[in-house]
Ligand binder design. Structure first.
Ligand code: ZN
Ligand code: ZN
Length: 367
């Protein structure tokens, strides 16, 4: 079948809306008619060349839609189901899956960077030549083929634009607080960086009744927004010493949990300086893989725990329906995260806006 997709043919060039061909489904494939697809900063990193992937490639890893067809071995999903795509499908039985680390699933880690599905093949082509999948999802398109473990059935009550952002930004932030760090009621939390992921850390901390939720960013607009998502205190990093201000709010000790969601060398350093001895730092942001980041040795001592989290310890089949329930129950904000709605044809404008740091999340809507 043929379908339209936004294709990245060259680094730092506009995406082109092109007609591609989808191969017949393999036995464990799920064909999704994409209805909404969020523009995530990681897509932008591929466009800008900070993350190297084989080209041409179809980006988009925050998608929701309707299952159109399934391969003959698929049992957990059927045609007509509404699904959110997971960008970390996993085999369930490799070295890491058996150790409860699906984020490191070996078939995923082997094939995702090569732009293929878990079986090491692409399903998309253009004039007979291979087009690559991005993170086993490629949802900036009318159709996406994902493995069964990447198609997560959700209730039909939630709109597709709200649902799709659960697939990356919401899961990554809320999951970091609730699943990865397991913030407990009453604990003090710092979120460094109040973009899409940082705001979701804040609302994750609120979900579990954290005590002080301290938002750190630059500028009144971002900090006001952080308060709307549940921050109890805000610190403008351009005004005075952040470490001293966090200590002043936490009886001089530092915070129980610090989440770094800004992705800068100095904010990684700031994260370990603001956590208390014995507390936990969760690194969510990223810098270029070859960039060096330095720390004051003393800031790493004192039984501090430092962990990296890419997807909030997601177990999508457990967590996506849970997050939908939290939204439908009025405890999780999704409407407020969406600051732009565009068509697929307007996707380059959407990424230009993201590159300028405007808004929180832009979602491409597909008819
Ligand atoms: Zn993402
Ligand atoms: Zn695996």
């Amino acid at each position: 079948m043929n379908f339209q997709a936004a294709v990245l043919n060259q680094i730092n060039a506009p995406l082109a809306i092109e007609t591609l061909t989808m191969a017949p489904l393999a036995p464990t494939d799920v064909l999704v008619r994409v209805r909404a697809s969020g523009l995530c900063h990681t897509d932008l990193e591929v466009i800008q060349g900070a993350l190297a992937y084989p080209l041409p490639i179809v980006l988009g890893h925050e998608g929701a839609g309707v299952v159109e067809a399934v391969g003959n071995e698929v049992t957990q999903v059927r045609a007509g189901d509404h699904v959110i795509c997971s960008w970390n499908p996993h085999c369930g039985h490799c070295f890491y899956c058996e150790r409860d680390l699906p984020i490191l699933c070996e078939p995923f880690s082997r094939n995702q960077p090569r732009g293929f599905l878990l079986d090491g093949r692409s399903r998309m082509s253009r004039d007979g030549a291979t087009v690559h999948h991005y993170s086993v999802t490629s949802t900036h398109a009318q159709y996406s083929v994902v493995p069964e473990s990447g198609a997560i059935v959700i209730p039909k009550e939630i709109a597709f634009d709200r649902a799709c952002i659960i697939g990356c930004g919401v899961m990554t932030g809320v999951g970091a607080a609730v699943r990865k760090a397991r913030v407990e009621a009453g604990a003090n939390v710092v979120a460094v960086g109040c973009g899409a992921v940082g705001l979701n850390v804040i609302q994750g901390a609120k979900l579990v009744d954290a005590g002080q939720i301290i938002a750190v960013d630059v500028g009144a607009q971002k900090l006001t927004r952080a308060q709307q998502f549940g921050a109890t205190h805000t610190i403008d990093a351009s005004q005075g010493d952040v470490v001293e201000q966090v200590k002043a709010l936490t009886a001089g000790r530092g915070a129980d949990y610090v989440f770094e969601a800004a992705g800068q060398a100095r904010t990684f350093r700031l994260a370990v300086e603001t956590v208390r001895p014995g507390g936990q730092v969760v690194w969510l942001g990223k810098v270029n893989v070859d960039q060096e980041v330095s720390f004051r040795w003393g800031s790493l001592m004192g039984e501090r725990r430092i962990v990296r989290s890419s997807y909030g310890d997601a177990r999508p089949r457990r967590d996506f329906p849970w997050l939908v329930d939290e939204y439908l129950g009025g405890r999780l904000k999704l409407d407020e995260l969406i600051t732009g709605r565009i068509t697929l044809a307007e996707i380059n404008d959407g990424f230009a806006s993201l590159a300028r740091g405007e808004g929180i999340r832009t979602v491409a809507l597909l008819p």
